[in-house]
Structure formats: C-alpha cells, structure tokens
Design a protein around this ligand. Sequence first.
Ligand SMILES: CC(C)(COP(=O)(O)OP(=O)(O)OC[C@H]1O[C@@H](n2cnc3c(N)ncnc32)[C@H](O)[C@@H]1OP(=O)(O)O)[C@@H](O)C(=O)NCCC(=O)NCCS
Length: 286
Amino acid sequence: VAPLTRADVASAAAALLADGYSFHLVSHSAVLERLDTSPFGLPVVATDILGPRDLAWDAESFMRVYNRLNRELFGPNNLALDGWVMVNIGLLASAFLIIALPFARLEQMLGDGRYPPEQEARLRERLAPVLAAASELGFDGPIPLAGYSAAAMPTPGHWLGWSLCSMIPGLGTVAKGLALEAYRATTLTGVAQYANPALHVHRKFGRMRILKAVLALHPVPGTLVYQTDVYLDDDSEQTPTSRIRADDVAALDELEANIVSGRHVAYILPPGLDRDGRVPILETSR
Ligand SMILES: CC(C)(COP(=O)(O)OP(=O)(O)OC[C@H]1O[C@@H](n2cnc3c(N)ncnc32)[C@H](O)[C@@H]1OP(=O)(O)O)[C@@H](O)C(=O)NCCC(=O)NCCS
C-alpha cells in the first residue's frame, strides 16, 4: 500500500469540488482565524456559528443535519455525537470539517449509475433519515455527507482526532486530510477501534504508533490510542510480527503488556484492518 501524500488528498479533494461537493469549516472566529481556511488552496466555506447569519442557509440547521448524519452512521454504539459534545467541544473548542452536496446534485448522483444498485439502495436507505431531518428543519442548504473533528492539544501542532464519519465512500479520507491541513496538524493522537474499517483511513496518514493497545476505560470494547506524525515516517514496507484478530482480547492484552512494560514499541502497519478482520502489528524492542 503506497503511503498517502498531501498531493493525493489535494487532488481527491479537487475532484470532489469538480463533482459539486463543497467543503465547510464550522466553528467561531477565535478558532477560525487560527486555521488554514483554504487548505491546499482549495475553497472552504468558513462558518462562524456565533457570528452574524451571512449565509443563504441556516448554519445551525446545517449542524443539526450533520448531527443526524453522524448518529445514522455510528448507530447505537456509544460513539455518536451528543448534541452538547458537538457544540462545546466540536464547534467551540475546535472546528468541524464537513463535506456537503446540494440536495439536487445528490439526487442526480444517486441516480446516474455510478453506484451498483445494491449500494445505491443502501445509500438511499441510510440517507433517508438525514434528508427527513433537513426537510423537517426546512433546511435548503447543502446536505452534510461526511465530517471530521479533532481537538487541539497543549503542544503546538498536536491534535487529538475524535470524530470521523462518512456516508459516501472516498469522503472519509478527504474529510480527515482536509481537516488536518486546516488545523496545520503535525502530530495526531487518535482513539480508534481495531474492528472498525476507519482504521484503514487512519493508517493512510502515516506510521501509527500504538500508545495504548487496550484502552479499557473507553465505553467501546477494542479501543486503542495511537499516534501519527502526519505523512511522515513511512513504514509501509515493514513486515508485521503478528496479525492480530480485531476481537482477540488475549492477544491485545499481551500486546498491551509488552508496551506498558517498555519491552516493545508497537505499530499498526498498512492497511490498518485487513479484509479478513486482522490488524497487522509490528513489535520491536526499544
Ligand atoms: C469509517 C468511515 C469514516 C469510512 O469512510 P469512507 O468514506 O468509506 O472512507 P474512504 O472511502 O475514504 O476510505 C475507506 C478505506 O477503507 C477501506 N475499507 C472499507 N471497508 C473496509 C473493511 N471492511 N475492511 C478493511 N478496509 C475497508 C476502503 O477500501 C477504503 O480504502 P481505499 O481507499 O484504500 O480503498 C465510514 O465508514 C463511517 O462513517 N463509518 C461509521 C462511523 C465510524 O465508525 N467512524 C470511525 C470512528 S474512529
């Protein structure tokens, strides 16, 4: 798996713009003025949720629809964005990078044959509650389809990634890549689950050192903490020392014991999560 580069994210994002998507940074002025609001030189709608309403559509409704999207994608697994977390942490302490598409263009894309019939039906089914929320709110702006948010950490350039979701394949990687660029993130600490295909997205951004292999305190089983120096330290050619099944509690506990004792430093190798549900791990002695 070739490592992802900034140029890859920039060109994937440009292709989305050409396809009719728009990019949004939603926060407030004190945060927005510290961010790069045109990552890769691309146009992003920067929205000040506390400021005057200067958009053709309602920004609060946009975030309500985003919240509905997020709940639909996460389902009942303890990870969906609570409304107050979205506001206090996501919008006031940081910024959401959201990818959206006008409703008419979304309808057009769903019907133009680009998705196989089964996938199209599944997308329509999952989009239905999101579109219903937009309709109930009388929202006529672009429909949020993916988003990412990270929180700033006390060390400059260090961010803590905490929410990624995407309805349309391909948007997840671009949402995360655009957000990291907007934040000017150099080091990313992330909380993720071994069994979640999102691990594939996270791993694309560079070497993933496991800081905590078993974060038992987290409400979702199989949660880990990792750190990535974004786009640096390519280790994609390394050979894994093990391939741990995402639900192999004993193997993960052993990995954790090796890390915590200082015996080993451990990394997740590409592709993050294999199609067979295993995670390639590289353990090395210090
Ligand atoms: C995880 C999620 C964000 C991915 O969004 P996406 O738009 O599909 O992501 P992308 O298409 O950019 O990238 C997904 C990658 O994972 C791969 N992938 C998809 N399903 C996979 C699976 N079951 N196992 C392994 N890899 C998988 C895709 O092939 C793609 O890789 P590629 O670009 O090399 O082909 C999206 O599915 C989602 O919102 N899930 C629910 C919310 C969630 O769990 N978020 C993560 C919390 S940390």
